[in-house]
Design a binder for this molecule. Structure first.
Ligand code: FMN
Length: 311
């Protein structure tokens, strides 16, 4: 099979292929990040969402594997943003996306001011959607707060920056978030974060499977694919053309990658399936994607990106 042209662009950066790691998966420590740099068919590296101060995160067990996906309540364990800002300035093997999260608007602004003042010229991603920090709501469900925060960010931030969004479930909410985002020069949206506050019940033990928040946790993996595809599609239909989309959620096969791109994704990131299968998943997904493209006679991703047909 001849190799297809899988290159894609985000914020004027060219990536060798469409696949990224999802933030939070194998990207927290120096060793994990080095593994990503050496992983074939992984076109770029997204860091663990970094906060102002290092965090150990929530109590364990905080991740649970399911036949149909995963539930987690990690609570943003990370080494603190100086480590990741330093890392992205040194990484040369692949383009990077520096993911940043805050426990308050002030935290976020303090971190982003340092990113602005640093030598880092790559892409930053503001995580507005972590569902697992006890007592902290997901910012992007509050459209007024999101607009206010972005106004404060773009008052000083001039580097490429996108946002990571939670899933939306109502068409009016897609309209509302798109109306906010279209007013700012953001490079991309990454959609979706974990589907927040699911509850998995172990019937035999009559108890929950993760400890934090009484067992409520973010869902990922195969079970969230339709939600992720809906969010990619609905946002592609509403966002300015200049805003790229990273499709995240539910990818377990090359067909799922194809579906994300068909819905309008410029790039696709993989979380739960990496935990289940290991970093070799990127080779398999790429082979499967290429086989589908060959069968359909497509030469590049732009041949089918966003071309989903309605009945
Ligand atoms: C263990 C774990 C940790 C995560 N940590 C983060 C994080 O730090 N920042 C973030 O934006 N998303 C985080 N996520 C969400 C993933 O990046 C992704 O959006 C979600 O898992 C859906 O993708 P999937 O179906 O491929 O797992 C995390 C998910 C998991 C399972």
């Amino acid at each position: 099979m001849t190799k297809k042209n899988l290159t894609t662009q985000l914020a004027q950066v060219t990536f060798d292929g469409p696949l990224l790691n999802a933030s939070g998966i194998h990207c927290q420590t120096k060793e994990e990040l080095a593994d990503l740099a050496a992983t074939s068919n992984l076109a770029g590296i997204v860091t663990k969402s970094a906060t102002l101060l290092p965090r150990t995160g929530n109590e364990s067990p905080r991740y649970y594997d399911l036949a149909y996906g995963s539930i987690n309540s990690m609570g943003l364990p990370n080494l603190g943003y100086p480590f990741y800002l330093d890392y992205v300035q040194q990484e040369t093997a692949k383009p990077t996306i520096l993911s940043v999260a805050g426990l308050s608007a002030e935290d976020v602004l303090e971190v982003l001011m340092d990113v602005q003042d640093s030598d880092y010229q790559g892409i930053t991603e503001l995580n507005l959607s972590c569902p697992n920090v006890p007592g902290k709501p997901q910012t992007a469900y509050d459209f007024v707060a999101t607009r206010k925060l972005l106004e404060r960010v773009f008052a000083f931030f001039t580097k490429p920056i996108g946002v990571k969004l939670p899933p939306y479930f109502d068409l009016v909410h897609f309209d509302q978030i798109a109306a906010v985002l279209n007013d700012f020069p953001i490079t991309h949206v990454n959609t979706v974060n974990s589907v927040g506050n699911g509850l998995v019940v172990d019937v035999e033990k009559e108890q929950v499977v993760t400890k934090p928040k009484g067992g409520f946790g973010g869902l990922g993996g195969a079970m969230i694919l339709p939600t992720a595809l809906a969010n990619v599609r609905a946002l592609r239909q509403r966002l300015n053309e200049s805003i790229a989309i990273i499709g995240t959620g539910g990818v377990t096969s090359g067909a799922d990658v194809f579906a994300h791109i068909l819905c309008g994704a410029d790039m696709v990131s993989v979380g739960t399936q990496v935990i289940k299968e290991g970093l070799g998943v990127y080779d398999r997904l790429t082979e499967e994607l290429q086989a589908i493209m060959a069968e359909k006679g497509y030469e590049s991703l732009s041949d089918f990106r966003g071309q989903l047909r309605e009945l």
